[in-house]
Each structure stands twice: as structure tokens, then as C-alpha cells.
Design a protein. Structure first.
Length: 313
């Protein structure tokens, strides 16, 4: 009599980094020679241009695949970030299953790394078996330490420093992820420059929505995440759609343009949200940083300096 097969049920929970379907513009125009062109970048042409918004499915930043035969499976993780990620894998609704190693487990994968992290075996081949797997992923290494002596350069070029919300800002800088963040007002389309050398870890630039519905928009914005040599990560958020000028895995240097300011996500108007984050125990935590303004003076970014204006106003 054949043994019962292993019934598999997967529940994938990807924290804040499961990419949802995004909108993207496709541009169509006919040139002077009568040739029709389609592009995902706004063309520089005097000819009439048609715009169409389409939905695109972005790949997940971290993926889980289960492979193997009926009575024994392997859980394989793929880190698609261009930098390290910490992943927690856990099992639920377990029936007649032995895991090696025991779950839950946490593992850190380096950029673009894939790894088999666990095996799941039917303990008694004569009895039915089943399980569920859940996964959470956080970018960054949990052992990284921010260099508190590092100085960040003003990320809006010669644009005046208009800090509308600084550290511990009461409007939206209350959680650990953004407690030590800066919101700098900037006209839409203002070039956003790298404030510190690093490697582009993550890019999202296909989101067009904005509003004050926190549940709907708080986790949705166009973002560039840059990994520094000390393992900390700078976040440049609320960028204009399709404005990102860098790609994941690219080395960038201070003053290099990474995108343009916009008004996407949970936002009251065009601005740049900037913060420096560390992964601390499967959660992102922002840390204080030192930044020089466009006049090369150190900015006061604590609560008392949240409305500072400098250089040219």
C-alpha cells in the first residue's frame, strides 16, 4: 500500500518588502520618418506622445521555494536585494513533520545569495502530513554598526534647506523606522543626490499614488535604499515616479543624482524623506546622523530645529 504523500501549504509573509503590483507609464509616439516607438521613459520629442498606465508585477525582494519529493522537502531562500537581508522562517499547522534544523530559524543572506536553510521530512511515512511556512525578511545585516562620525552631505544640491519635520517629528516620525528622519521640502523634480558613498540596494520608482490615508499610503512610496560601507542604509523616499537614475547593485558617490523629489506615498506635498537605518533584530531602526546643509553648516535636525530654513531664503 503506497504511503500518503506530503501535503504542502505555504503562507508567505514578507514583512514590508513583498512588492505589490505597481503602475508604470508606457509612451507611444511616431517620429518624423513615420516609425512608431514604445518606451517606458518619457521621450524627448516634439511629436505628439500618447501615455498609457499599465500594471506591472515586481519581483519579490526575498523568495522562498520548496523543492524535493513527496516525503521530504527542502526550503530554499533567495535574496534578491543588492545587499544583505535577514530572514526568519517559521512553520505552522505542523502535522507529522520533522524539520532540520528546528523552526523557527533566522538566517542572513548576502547580496543575491541563495541557500537551502531547512529540510522537512514526513516523520511517519504511513500517516498523513502537512505544514505551513511563513517568512519575514528585513534588509540589512543585524550586526551592522553606524559610524556616528560620518557626515552626510545635503541631498538636494543648491536647493535651500527647508526642514519641515526633523527627528522625533510628531506628524510621522514617531516609529522606530523613522524616528530619526528628515523631511525637506523641495519642488517636485528637484534633483536628489547621494548624501554618502555606497551601493544601491533597492529601487522602487513605479508608484504614482499619494495621500493622507495612512493605512493605504504609509508603506507605499518611491524609494532608493543605499548601503554604506558600515552596513547602515540610507533611505531616499517620496521620489517622483520614474525619476530614479540609478540601478540596484550600482556604486554611487556623494553628489551623484539618484532621483528627483516627488510627492508619492503618505505625503502632504513634494518633499524628500531621508533617514539612515539599521537592521536590529528583524526590524528596521533609524539612527541619528550628522548632515551639512547647502551652506556647509551642520544642520540642527532635532525637534527644536524641525522648521529650520537656511541658504538662500
Amino acid at each position: 500500500m503506497p504511503s500518503p504523500t506530503l501535503r504542502l501549504s505555504l503562507v508567505l509573509l514578507l514583512a514590508a518588502f513583498a512588492a505589490a503590483p505597481q503602475a508604470k507609464k508606457i509612451y507611444k509616439f511616431t517620429d518624423a520618418n513615420g516609425v512608431t516607438h514604445f518606451t517606458d521613459r518619457k521621450p524627448d520629442t516634439d511629436q505628439p506622445v500618447e501615455e498609457t498606465i499599465v500594471k506591472v508585477e515586481q519581483s519579490r525582494m526575498v523568495e522562498l521555494r520548496v523543492e524535493g519529493h513527496a516525503t521530504e522537502r527542502r526550503a530554499r531562500l533567495f535574496n534578491n536585494f543588492a545587499g544583505p537581508a535577514q530572514i526568519e522562517l517559521s512553520a505552522g499547522a505542523v502535522r507529522n513533520i520533522a524539520t532540520e534544523p528546528a523552526l523557527p530559524l533566522q538566517v542572513t543572506l548576502q547580496a543575491k545569495e541563495e541557500k537551502v536553510v531547512a529540510s522537512l521530512r514526513q516523520a511517519d511515512p504511513s500517516q498523513p502530513a502537512g505544514f505551513e511556512l511563513a517568512m519575514r525578511a528585513i534588509p540589512g545585516s543585524p550586526t551592522a554598526q553606524h559610524d556616528d562620525g560620518a557626515e552626510y552631505h545635503w541631498p538636494l544640491g543648491g536647493f535651500p534647506a527647508r526642514i519641515h519635520q526633523g527627528f522625533n517629528g510628531s506628524f510621522s516620525h514617531t516609529g522606530e523606522e523613522s524616528r530619526y528622519a528628515m523631511d525637506a521640502a523641495a519642488d517636485e523634480g528637484t534633483p536628489v543626490l547621494a548624501a554618502r558613498d555606497g551601493v544601491v540596494m533597492e529601487v522602487q520608482d513605479d508608484y504614482y499614488g499619494a495621500g493622507l490615508d495612512k493605512e493605504k499610503f504609509a508603506s507605499r512610496a518611491n524609494v532608493v535604499r543605499i548601503l554604506h560601507k558600515d552596513g547602515s542604509m540610507a533611505v531616499y523616499a517620496h521620489l517622483a515616479p520614474e525619476s530614479v537614475a540609478v540601478r540596484a547593485g550600482q556604486h554611487v558617490y556623494v553628489g551623484q543624482q539618484v532621483g528627483a523629489s516627488g510627492n508619492t506615498g503618505y505625503s502632504t506635498g513634494p518633499h524628500l524623506h531621508f533617514c539612515v537605518q539599521l537592521n536590529r533584530g528583524m526590524k528596521l531602526v533609524s539612527v541619528p546622523f550628522r548632515m551639512r546643509g547647502p551652506d556647509d553648516a551642520l544642520l540642527q535636525l532635532d525637534g527644536a530645529g524641525a522648521n529650520r530654513t537656511a541658504a538662500g531664503e
